[in-house]
Design a protein around this ligand. Structure first.
Ligand SMILES: *Cc1c(COP(=O)(O)O)cnc(C)c1O
Length: 383
């Protein structure tokens, strides 16, 4: 509807602008928009109101001066790499990254002449050794998948900055509710909006944010040139999700902490993986860096023979959907050994501690008792 028909009224809910292109009154208006002298849009791959509005809100949440919304989390990671790297550059990355991220680095960037070295980012000496060779980018995750190792972001930032290198943090498992990597010294933060931030398993989107305006400009340009354009409808849905992000993360995190303790005391459970628990290797780091809670992901290993007990759990606890993603309002479960880490070698899985009996819960916001009752069905010990 043309704005004039609204008179002095305006919609409380933001409109969706599906238009792929914008009309302009004359050449002077076109020039003013291209030169940045006036706000406005020209072609939706370069920017559109729904992406701009979502990006502005995300930048505030991340304590960033700019944010670029991309067509997926992988699009945001690719945008970061394209904005910062060129042939001959060296990248140091965590050896526990999200599967597609390590694939992007290992199999794609190397084809363009970028050299990538993987290190255990929880071993700061190993990180410093790797950075002895000049690197453009250090990449780590706030909380890793599925063993929920926590990165010491301030220490990684100072190790990177000592060597004139930038730190990029994938904050997907924490969200800006629990951690704001830019406040802790990171130069760039990335989120898969597909997960907790979208929160309802109905969008595929990503975001990259930072404070260096030159990198922000380069990122926006690369996202347009390489075509990582987000759909207006998905931006609109995600903007709506932001209104409940804090409530959802707070509720899911409280549920997760309670479930982790309950699972740890259950006779059918071999071990529990949750950073806030004293038996997690990064318990101290989690308490220091994630003071509002360790998030909604909980891992647990069933006693017995891996694959069979996992199948039995999934069939009995059918109210907990088995799906290889995370961050929905409902509790779901996944099986790292056959989903996220399916194509890793047996040695690599063993190195990371990803055993067949390990189930990863993405805890939702249902009443705690409802989730506990459903999980309990799957944990009944008789065959
Ligand atoms: C899902 C995910 C990604 C990739 O995001 P997409 O939106 O699926 O492209 C990157 N990092 C982490 C930690 C993720 O969970």
């Amino acid at each position: 509807m043309p704005e004039s028909r609204l008179g002095s009224s305006s919609p409380l809910a933001p409109p969706i602008y599906p238009s792929s292109v914008y009309r302009l009154p004359d050449l002077d208006a076109l020039d003013r928009i291209y030169s940045g002298g006036e706000p406005g849009f020209i072609y939706a791959r370069d920017g559109h109101p729904n992406a701009a509005s979502l990006a502005a809100k995300l930048a505030v949440l991340e304590s960033a001066s700019w944010a670029v919304v991309c067509s997926s989390g992988m699009g945001a990671l690719s945008t970061a790499c394209l904005a910062l790297l060129a042939a001959g550059d060296h990248v140091v990355a965590s050896d526990r990254l999200y599967g597609r991220t390590s694939q992007l680095l290992k199999q794609e960037l190397t084809r363009f002449g970028v050299e990538v070295q993987f290190v255990d980012v929880n071993n700061l000496d190993a990180v410093r050794n790797a950075l002895a060779k000049p690197a453009r980018l250090l990449i780590a995750e706030t909380i890793s998948n599925p063993l929920l190792r926590v990165s010491d972001i301030p220490a990684l930032a100072s190790a990177a900055h000592d060597r004139d290198c930038r730190l990029l943090i994938d904050n997907t498992f924490a969200t800006p509710v629990l951690c704001r990597p830019l406040e802790l010294g990171a130069d760039l933060v990335m989120e898969s909006l597909t997960k907790m931030i979208g929160g309802h398993s109905d969008v595929t989107l990503g975001m990259l944010a930072g404070n260096d305006p030159e990198v922000g400009k380069a990122a926006a340009l690369k996202a347009s040139v390489w075509g990582f354009v987000p759909s207006p409808h998905e931006c609109w849905l995600t903007e709506r999700s932001l209104s409940t992000l804090r409530l959802r993360m707070t509720a899911a995190t409280a549920n997760a902490a309670a479930l982790a303790d309950w699972l740890a005391s259950h006779p059918s459970v071999q071990r529990v993986v949750y950073p806030a628990r004293p038996d997690h290797p990064d318990h101290g780091l989690a308490r220091r860096l994630l003071s509002d809670g360790s998030g909604c992901m909980v891992g647990f290993e069933l006693k017995g023979l891996g694959r069979d007990v996992v199948n039995r759990f999934m069939r009995r606890a059918a109210g907990i959907a088995f799906c290889p993603s995370l961050g929905d309002v409902a509790t779901t479960c996944s099986h790292p050994a056959t989903t996220s880490h399916r194509y890793e070698t047996a040695e690599e899985k063993a190195r990371q501690g990803i055993v067949d009996g390990l189930i990863r819960l993405s805890v939702g916001i249902e009443p705690l008792e409802q989730i506990r009752l459903e999980i309990a069905k799957g944990l009944l010990s008789e065959a």
